[in-house]
Structure formats: C-alpha cells, structure tokens
Design a protein around this ligand. Structure first.
Ligand code: NAP
Length: 306
C-alpha cells in the first residue's frame, strides 16, 4: 500500500514538480483554488473547516502546504488577503497536521532576509522588507513554534512549470524573447539563487525519507545574480550573439516592480550540506535542464524569429 500525501495549493510552479516527483511512489490528493490540471481538485485552504474535512477525509501520512500568493506587488496592495492566505492558512495546516499526528511541509522563501549581508545560512536572522516576505516569515515561525513534526524548506528564485505555469523571471525573459525583442533590460543590483522546482521536490523527498525534520535552506548550488542568470539563459538558448542584455539598476523598473526587494537573497544550504543531504544541482546545470525539459522546441522557435 502506498503512503498518502495531501498537497494543498498544488496548482502552481512548485506543485507541478511535486505531482511529478512524488506521484509514482505515493498516492496523492492535490488541491488548489486554480484547478488547471486534471489531477487537481478544488480546495480553498483559507476555509478552515473545508481544509480540515478534506485532509481528514483523505487520511494522509503527510500534509504538504505549498500554496501562497506569490506576486509581491499584489501582496503590497492586498495586505489582509496576503496574511489570510500566506500566514493564517498555514496556521490551519499546522492544526490539521498536529491533529492527524502527521508531518507538515511548508515552503518559505529566501526573500525573508533584508539583503544587508551577501549570503544567508539556515541560522541567520530574517528581517523581511515587504508584506509577501513578512507573511511568509510569520508562516515559517508559526510552523517552527507549533508543528509537532515539520519540514520548512526555503526556496530561492523559482524556475519551474514551463510556459503554462512559470510566472517568474525565466518565463518573463522567454516571453520577451518570443515577442522578438533583441534587447532585454535586466537589473544589475539583485543577487540571489535560482531553485529548480524538480530538484527541490527531489531534495524534499530525500529529507522526508531520512526523517530529518526541521528548517532548511534549499536552493541551487552556486552564487549568482539576476544579470548573470539572464546572460546564461540567453547562452542556453543560443542567442548570445543575437540578443543584447542591457544592465540597469532596479530604479529602472520601479513602477512595475514597486514592492521592496532585498539586494541579496542568496542562500547557503548549510544544514543540508552538514547532514550530507544536499542534492540540489548547480544553478547553471539546473537552468539548462529546466529549459531542455520544460521548453522543448524553444531554441528552433526562437531561431526562426532571428
Ligand atoms: N515562486 C517563487 O519564486 C517562490 C520562491 C520562494 C518560495 N516560494 C514559495 O513556494 C510555494 C509555491 O509557490 P509557487 O512558486 O508554486 O507559486 P505559484 O505558481 O504562484 O503557486 C501557488 C499556488 O497556490 C494557489 N493558492 C493561492 N491561494 C490559495 C488558497 N487560498 N487555497 C488553495 N490554493 C491557493 C495559487 O492559486 P492562484 O494562482 O489562483 O493564486 C497557485 O496555484 C509558495 O509557498 C511560495 O511562497 C515561491
């Protein structure tokens, strides 16, 4: 008999990878408010009673609480909705996991740091700058303080889901390239670390198998920046001599990306390393793998445009 995992908020970038990685070894129930795949069912985890009833009815061995509002500008403008979704719903998840006496997985973010240091290990003190980051940090703190058994895994700049689901940096750049742009503006003052969703899911599986509960930084290996990631993406897509990356400061995007963002959100997977459980790949390898596996045919599509 397969063990069961209930995955809440599974309709996004990360949920797609969790469905793929955990789907063969476990029986899954995947829910979201955005039912965008046949393997998803509807559940709004802000509805405490519905969340309790649905998870209890499935009677899983693990509860994965993945979902959140992840658009920083939306979060700055919709503060109550943000805390209801990103923090209070996590309190619901902790209640359910404790009642069923099962471990809880919660996903936090590298964005909870203020960026005054170049990089952060698992024990550095967060100091969130905006409401998204604060709501995620409050969720993290609640899990650590109250869940009986938990994994809190902090992701960096998410790469995952491909054209259909990737709402973040990589797909934003790809959309510009597909629109025929030959010049792309990229900030030169933001450091961080990408996180390939599939590698992240595999590393969570490793932690779960080893039962090393606790809080972990979980990002790709290596240190980098928005600028370097953009340059590497253009190289991976064979467009290095056809597309120019123009360096700008964050000020250039101040109207579009108005939410506060730290100058550095680079994480070190110190605890994973010390436990010998770090299976995250180098970010360049992961980026190449992401493009090859999630954007088949993109290179020839782009070549035809140039
Ligand atoms: N994306 C990143 O760069 C990043 C970085 C670090 C950490 N994280 C964390 O990783 C986790 C997964 O994020 P992701 O990258 O997969 O983001 P995503 O693609 O935005 O997926 C999040 C999913 O949660 C859903 N959701 C929102 N409110 C919900 C509710 N009340 N009930 C059920 N589902 C709800 C969203 O639906 P809607 O689309 O309809 O809102 C969306 O389908 C989140 O906890 C996020 O904070 C993300």
């Amino acid at each position: 008999m397969k063990e069961r995992i209930y995955i809440a908020g599974a309709g996004g970038m990360l949920g797609e990878a969790f469905h793929k990685v955990f789907g063969s070894d476990f029986e899954l129930k995947c829910t979201d408010i955005d039912v965008n795949a046949p393997w998803l069912e509807y559940l709004d985890f802000r509805d405490r009673q519905a969340y309790i009833a649905d998870v209890t009815g499935f009677d899983p061995q693990y509860l994965f609480h993945l979902g959140a509002y992840t658009d920083l500008e939306f979060c700055e403008k919709n503060v109550d909705a943000t805390y209801l979704t990103n923090t209070i719903s996590v309190e619901n998840a902790v209640f359910i996991a404790n009642q069923l006496e099962i471990p809880l997985l919660y996903i936090s973010t590298a964005g909870i740091f203020d960026g005054k240091h170049e990089e952060y290990d698992d024990w550095d003190q967060p100091n969130p700058l905006g409401h998204y980051a604060r709501s995620k940090f409050m969720g993290e703190q609640y899990v650590v303080a109250h869940a009986h058994r938990y994994l809190v895994c902090r992701a960096g700049w998410m790469m995952g889901g491909g054209k259909e689901k990737d709402k973040k940096f990589i797909n934003k750049l790809i959309l510009q390239l597909l629109s025929g742009k030959k010049e792309i503006h990229v900030v030169n003052d933001k450091d961080g670390t990408p996180t390939f969703t599939v590698d992240f899911a595999k590393n969570v599986l490793l932690l779960l198998r080893s039962q090393c509960w606790g809080l972990y930084n979980m990002v790709c290996k290596g240190t980098t920046s928005r600028l370097e990631v953009a340059k590497e993406l253009v190289r991976v897509l064979d467009l290095a001599d056809k597309v120019a990356i123009r360096e700008v400061s964050s000020d250039y995007f101040k109207d579009v990306y108005s939410a506060p963002r730290p100058p550095s959100e680079r994480l070190l997977n110190k605890k994973l390393e010390l436990r010998g459980l770090n299976c995250m790949q180098d970010w360049k390898t992961a980026l190449r793998e992401y493009i090859d596996s999630y954007y088949p045919g993109i290179k020839s599509e782009l070549a035809q445009l140039s």
